[in-house]
Unconditional design. Structure first.
Length: 327
């Protein structure tokens, strides 16, 4: 198949491109040409900007386009309209953040209420990210109908993850000593390995699938305690976890998900202290999940190869110590 990837050099786009190349597909990458330009030497590379110059996309036709870099409806509409008639299928990588709340359990496609913008804006921030993605989904469905594939991943993790949320806990286990563990040990957590997501996305495109699918975690979901204990085991680390309650973390204004990855204070909107989604529909279409040990091991291997890394998430040593002392 001829596949056009909007992005294709960072994290998810990189892994999707790799999965497509490994399956023998003819890959074209459209991006700004600023990141990992040495990757995929045999792929056709088009240079442009989603927010500006799209002229490189004025010619050419493809069996499918995979949009991993569309964050606002106007941005997605420009490329989707330009490619209309020259692309048979449009796949948009969205997010489970499109859901309004998780009060009734894991989010279900077509059942759980979707998030709405509180004000008209296309500025992407913590409050607008999900609603803007949801509006972007509507654009793709409007223009491509039965040839639109919407994939809503949960937290995407694994090698080359720029967010550091999963990676922080793997690193923290490796450091040893007394480590802060957030919330309750039995709290359910969920993610998807970037390679599982990428391979499944290509599988869906190969089968000309359409519709909307959550793509996150499996059944049963691991607990936070299981995740941390597995990280300790894989890293062969001498670490002891001290559990710190939601009350203590909230009292001292610990930042959910960024400062303290994998944690949200339990509220009526988020009763599980996490964003959980039902992925059974995707599993029925072939989505599989590799063992937790493998994801942690490969993340740790990649982590230890990095140099001069500036962390994007996680507690500083001083902040962790202060929160532990307050517990």
């Amino acid at each position: 198949m001829k596949l056009l990837i909007l992005g294709g050099t960072k994290f998810l786009g990189r892994h999707i491109a790799e999965s497509a190349v490994n399956k023998g597909h003819n890959v074209t990458l459209f991006n700004r040409g600023q990141t990992n330009t040495n990757l995929f030497a045999d792929a056709e590379k088009l240079t442009g900007d989603r927010n500006g110059d799209l002229s490189a996309l004025e010619k050419g036709s493809w069996d499918a386009v995979i949009d991993v870099s569309g964050y606002t409806p106007s941005q997605v509409r420009k490329t989707a309209e330009m490619l209309k008639g020259r692309v048979k299928q449009y796949t948009l990588i969205s997010t489970i953040s499109v859901y309004e709340d998780y009060a009734n359990g894991p989010a279900v496609e077509g059942v759980t209420k979707l998030a709405e913008l509180q004000e008209e804006t296309e500025e992407v921030n913590g409050a607008s990210y999900g609603p803007l993605k949801q509006q972007s989904e509507e654009v793709v469905k409007e223009l491509y109908g039965d040839h639109a594939l919407i994939i809503r991943p949960g937290l995407i993790v694994g090698p080359h993850d720029p967010t550091d949320r999963f990676t922080y806990w793997v690193w923290r286990a490796q450091q040893g000593g007394t480590a802060l563990a957030p919330g309750k040990p039995e709290r359910k957590v969920q993610w998807i390995d970037v390679r599982d997501l990428s391979e499944w996305a290509i599988h869906m495109i190969e089968n000309h699938e359409s519709g909307t699918y959550n793509a996150a975690g499996g059944d049963p979901l691991p607990t936070m305690e299981k995740y941390l204990d597995t990280a300790k085991k894989v890293a062969n680390a001498d670490v002891t976890y001290q559990w710190v309650s939601d009350n203590v973390l909230t009292k001292h204004e610990a930042g959910p998900f960024v400062e303290v990855p994998f944690w949200l204070p339990v509220t009526e909107q988020y009763p599980d202290g996490f964003l959980l989604a039902d992925a059974s529909k995707a599993v029925d279409k072939g989505l599989t999940f590799r063992p937790l040990e493998e994801t942690i091991s490969d993340t740790l291997l990649w982590l230890n190869e990095r140099k001069d890394h500036e962390w994007q998430a996680g507690l500083s040593k001083d902040r962790e110590r202060k929160l532990l002392n307050e517990n």
